[in-house]
Design a binder for this molecule. Structure first.
Ligand code: ADP
Ligand code: NI
Length: 196
């Protein structure tokens, strides 16, 4: 089994116990693909970026149990596997660093290009049609409903387009932001028409 497949296997096992709301294995797949797309032609380490994208959310379940951020836990949990798979100390440090700086709710600035790409890819997956789908799924899984979704859209999702680092990320964010904005506006209009 290749190193990549072993990482995917590890991620799949972690997610089998935690695959709900916005945090699902298909999110990891999309972040991986988006990272690849954004990273194309840029001077990056593909090994670092691929591993960081696949592993960035593995600490989600532990976060819900311990309250420690998955941006820290995902790196800690991944280290032994990365060592076993022959990643160098420098590569492991860079992977852990990219994971540590990816969360939009923590606002820690990524310093490496791989970190910036991961941050952009993760944010793009919270925007557009897929972002709407995830935010509604998350709001429903927490019992927050439509009001919760709209609040989250205002407070977070509609601000993401201004938090992109890479040129490709900015480009992809434009269309996704417009879809999000139109959906939120339309939802508010339609809901406002109801009278009991
Ligand atoms: P991060 O781990 O980068 O800080 P979050 O956990 O805040 O990101 O968000 C990850 C996903 O969960 C996104 O798709 C986001 O829209 C969704 N989400 C997070 N909080 C809420 C919320 N309160 N209501 C609806 N969706 C949410
Ligand atoms: Ni995350």
């Amino acid at each position: 089994m290749s190193a990549k497949l072993k990482i995917i296997d590890f991620v799949q096992k972690e997610f089998s116990n935690f695959n709900k709301g916005a945090h699902t294995l298909d999110h990891i797949r999309r972040v991986y693909s988006l990272s690849r797309l954004i990273g194309e032609g840029l001077p990056i380490s593909t090994r670092v970026l691929q591993a960081a994208a696949l592993l960035h959310d593995v600490g989600r379940l532990k976060e819900s149990e311990t309250g420690v951020s998955h941006s820290i836990l995902s790196g800690e949990m991944s280290k032994p596997l990365l060592q076993e798979l022959g990643y160098s100390t420098t590569e492991i440090d860079r992977i852990i660093d990219a994971i540590r700086t990816h969360r939009f709710s923590e606002g820690i600035e990524p310093t490496s290009l791989e970190g910036k790409i991961l941050s952009d890819a993760d944010k793009l997956d919270a925007m557009g049609a897929v972002g709407i789908y995830r935010a509604i799924a998350q709001a429903e899984s927490k019992g927050k409903g439509m009001v919760g979704f709209l609040k989250h859209a205002d407070e977070k999702l509609l601000k993401l387009k201004d938090l992109m680092y890479t040129a490709k990320g900015k480009h992809l964010a434009r269309e996704r932001h417009n879809i999000l904005q139109r959906f939120v506006d339309q939802l508010r209009d339609e809901v406002a028409e109801y009278v009991l």
